[in-house]
Design a protein. Structure first.
Length: 293
């Protein structure tokens, strides 16, 4: 089988330009070549095809030229297309790092609204470790947990919360009753579940309990795991009322006090300087702040 002889792309471009502009000079200017080069390429193309493409005079097309021009323009259009270019143009990717429990309890239930409002944004969520704000890959925005501000990021506070002690009903039956869980005697009778995300000193200070942060017992660096441990009977945990509402609403955990105290830790949306100049970042920031109100 013989290898097909495909006309050189320079000849096809010269043919299309001359057929459109009807001027060797104008075609040469558009192609950034000399007029003689355009004429040479047309003669070379006609020789290879074995037919005349232009009638002499005002560069009107012959019948063969008209038929071939349509095929040439289709071929040039196909060659200019970049694979997946249309999809890339219609979708803007936004990468956001989120802490696990915040994303499950507060962000994901609202994301359908964001997708409906901004269907052109392809949202990529990445889980981060909240204690050290550790992320596996570079992101455009981060949701961080802490006291703020952060030296390496600009930020805006998204959510503040209050904490209160909770446990499972089974553990309450085993170790209770507790009358408000606000005295050193009551706290000393309980197994305290620890987490660097929500230290017990917040509750101790508010209640005037002269007791140090517990040094032993189960410890978790994820709020959701800590609350699930409380459900499993590990002991008493400090629950953030907004973040942990689902555990209370379905009865998996019960409050030990009607009192709640402000947590010193908050959720922040963070970004590198200048990042909010990108429209998709600004749109997500504005939407998230409004959604959490």
């Amino acid at each position: 089988m013989s290898v097909p002889r495909i006309p050189p792309i320079q000849g096809l471009l010269a043919f299309e330009a001359l057929a459109r502009l009807r001027s060797v000079t104008h075609a040469a200017e558009q192609l950034h070549v000399t007029p003689s080069a355009v004429s040479h390429r047309i003669r070379q193309l006609e020789t290879q095809l074995g037919c005349k493409l232009f009638a002499r005079g005002e560069f009107t097309l012959t019948a063969e030229g008209v038929a071939y021009l349509g095929r040439v323009r289709e071929a040039l259009a196909v060659l200019q297309e970049v694979p997946n270019a249309r999809a890339a143009e219609s979708v803007t990717r936004l990468r956001v790092a989120v802490t696990p429990t915040f994303s499950r309890q507060l962000l994901l239930p609202r994301l359908a609204l964001f997708r409906h409002a901004y269907p052109e944004i392809d949202l990529v969520l990445q889980v981060s470790i909240p204690v050290g704000n550790v992320i596996a890959e570079e992101t455009d925005l981060e949701i961080r947990f802490g006291t703020g501000p952060f030296a390496d990021r600009e930020s805006v506070r998204l959510l503040s919360d209050e904490v209160t002690p909770v446990c499972s009903q089974e553990y309450l039956n085993e170790a209770g009753p507790f009358d408000g869980f606000c005295t050193e005697a009551e706290v000393s009778r309980a197994r305290l579940i620890r987490s660097p995300l929500e230290p017990w000193r917040t509750w101790f200070t508010a209640c005037g309990i002269a007791q140090r942060e517990p040094a032993g017992g189960a410890q978790f660096n994820d709020v959701g795991l800590m609350l699930d441990a409380a459900v499993a009977g590990f002991g008493v945990a400090l629950l953030r009322l907004r973040l942990g509402a689902a555990w209370l609403d379905n009865g998996r955990l019960v409050r030990l006090s009607e009192r709640s105290v402000a947590s010193p830790h908050h959720y922040f949306l963070c970004w590198k300087s200048g990042m909010l100049e990108r429209w998709e970042c600004a749109a997500f920031a504005e939407w998230l702040r409004a959604a959490l109100q």
